[in-house]
Design a protein around this ligand. Structure first.
Ligand code: TEU
Length: 545
């Protein structure tokens, strides 16, 4: 297996609008990120995944792009971006940008032209269809509630939008569209960035005829042709990292997207582990407890079935998910730090590139006591409330508010908690942040952790350092132990005669497990000592022999 730098790297995801404000407008920005680069370096990350900073009307917080090659003014200028990139590189940090090319904003110049007339040269940049019997061309739904088709009076046709109606889908069947995108990508890579995270990239292929096709039916067929073309014409010309966001992908299909010999992407984000606690009918808005044996089985399948064929990404959270310690661990004060460290270890010691979402390294939690939908900012949440509560009355307000508290996307988007000063150091005192702070910032913040050897931050920092010291963490083969155990996740990694053993207690009980006292030396743990076969609440231990 040929080795690549991104297999040995740790990625830190920055959601810039919530990371650091430098000009007191209540919104994070590029100069704020520049100021915090030393913090990311100190954590021991190697790559920053920067979510979109391009010009955008912000209907979906920047995932609705109106100009791929200019910077959102509220975030700064292209010169500010270049300064961030230069400073990051000077610190040995790489920057991977978010590529959102399944759709643009409806305020992009291309769409403004396309919607003018059916014979406009840009018409075929997007997906327009005639009504069928006076209705939408096909029963496709938007991820953000409602139909995926919006009727445009001016030309009497519908256009497709898998997300908000202000995010019209691009027509990847159009060679000119692909040429435009490959040109834009090339110019960003020539600017010096180190790769792309590709937003919903397995949605870019659509059927020619929408009748009798379900959303996503034929993605396999065309999307790989597009990605091989993208790789041939752009990606292969640079030593970069790419990660595709591929909802619905399986260990089998992932080998097409990220196979060592398929010449498409470096790796993909899979979501099978993130669907375990979702409701079949109401998705994230009706949350279910997670059964550990099912989580272990899914993550083990990815470890075993990709081994030697494709590279895994490893993540618990991102800007679309609730906070990891609240969803998977125990965010009560007694167990928050212990379970945050346990979750970090059980994920990072698997094979793959780990992704740390901003604040995860501090054990930041969900926001509780959501009193009203007016506290929410996320378009997915607002649209779902309108649909499920206000229009179809399928969920009661308090049930939906509970769902938002447990699994809404705004949980991950509250301002980064830097210190105990007003606004957690995210913005100046007296400034109103774009979204409310989590009121636990006086207790959970970077300033109280970076110099504390027992903090969650220091635990993540230690993991990142151990990764550099022990190749077994990157390249060792994974084997699950005790698959049926509903309380403990234990596994080994083996490489060149070495054995690394990870044992994690997912409960608030003290348990006894023989695998909790393997041979070898204790490499990392979240308690001050080693209690042998006795596993204390949320205890994790990593041994090396
Ligand atoms: O997310 C794709 C996506 O579907 C997620 O938003 C998530 O799966 C969704 O919330 C369903 O519950 C990407 C971006 O990460 C997200 O922020 C964007 O909103 C979306 O695409 C559209 O660009």
């Amino acid at each position: 297996m040929q080795k690549h730098w991104w297999q040995e790297a740790v990625v830190y995801q920055v959601y810039p609008r919530s990371f650091q404000d430098s000009d007191d407008d209540g919104l994070g920005d590029l100069n704020g990120l520049r100021r915090r680069l030393p913090y990311i370096k100190r954590l021991g990350a190697d790559v920053i995944w920067l979510t979109p900073v391009y010009r955008s009307p912000d209907d979906d917080n920047g995932y609705d792009i109106s100009d791929y090659e200019s910077i959102q003014p509220a975030f700064g200028t292209m010169a500010d971006f270049d300064a961030v990139l230069a400073d990051a590189h000077a610190l040995g940090l790489k920057i991977v940008m978010d590529l959102v090319v399944n759709h643009t904003s409806d305020e992009h110049a291309w769409f403004a032209e396309s919607r003018k007339a059916v014979d406009n040269p840009y018409r075929d940049y997007y997906i327009w269809r005639d009504p069928v019997d006076g209705h939408e061309p096909a029963p496709w739904s938007s991820t953000f509630s409602g139909s995926a088709w919006e009727f445009d009076e001016a030309t009497g046709q519908y256009y497709l939008h898998l997300f908000s109606k202000k995010q019209p889908d691009l027509n990847w069947r159009n060679d000119t569209v692909r040429d435009e995108i490959y040109g834009m990508m090339t110019r960003w890579l020539d600017r010096g960035i180190d790769g792309f995270r590709m937003d919903v990239i397995n949605s870019i292929s659509k059927p020619e005829d929408f009748t009798n096709t379900r959303r996503g039916d034929d993605r396999q067929a065309q999307v790989h042709a597009y990605l091989r073309e993208m790789n041939d014409r752009v990606l292969s010309k640079y030593d970069i990292m790419t990660v595709g966001e591929t909802g619905g992908v399986t260990p089998e299909s992932a080998q097409l997207y990220a196979g060592y010999d398929t010449h498409e992407l470096s790796m993909v984000f899979q979501f099978q582990h993130l669907s375990l606690d979702l409701d079949r009918e109401f998705g994230r808005w009706r949350h279910h407890p997670i059964q550990l044996s099912r989580l272990k089985a899914i993550m083990t399948r990815w470890q075993v079935e990709l081994a030697g064929k494709a590279w895994n990404s490893l993540f618990w959270s991102n800007h679309d998910q609730p906070r990891a310690v609240s969803r998977w661990g125990n965010d009560r004060p007694l167990y928050r730090e212990l379970s945050a460290k346990m979750l970090g270890a059980v994920l990072h010691y698997q094979q793959g590139t780990p992704y740390i979402y901003q604040g995860e390294e501090l054990g930041m939690t969900n926001v509780y006591n959501v009193q009203s939908i007016d506290d929410c900012r996320d378009i997915e949440t607002l649209n779902a409330w309108q649909d499920l509560v206000e229009t179809r009355h399928l969920l009661a307000p308090d049930e939906m508010l509970l769902g938002i508290e447990l699994c809404g996307r705004d949980n991950a988007r509250t301002p980064m908690q830097w210190d105990t000063s007003a606004n957690a150091g995210f913005t100046s005192a007296g400034v109103t942040p774009w979204i409310g702070l989590n009121d636990n910032y006086p207790k959970i913040n970077a300033a109280s952790q970076v110099d504390d050897p027992n903090s969650v931050f220091s635990f993540y920092r230690e993991m990142n350092a151990l990764r550099k010291q022990y190749p077994i963490i990157t390249y060792g083969d994974y084997t699950l132990l005790a698959p049926e155990d509903e309380q403990v996740w234990a596994y080994t990694r083996t490489l060149d005669g070495q054995v690394l053993t990870v044992v994690a207690n997912f409960t608030d009980e003290t348990l006894t497990r023989p695998e909790a006292a393997p041979a070898g030396t204790l490499l990392q743990q979240n308690y001050g000592d080693d209690a042998g076969e006795r596993l204390r609440p949320y205890e994790v231990k990593v041994y090396l022999k």
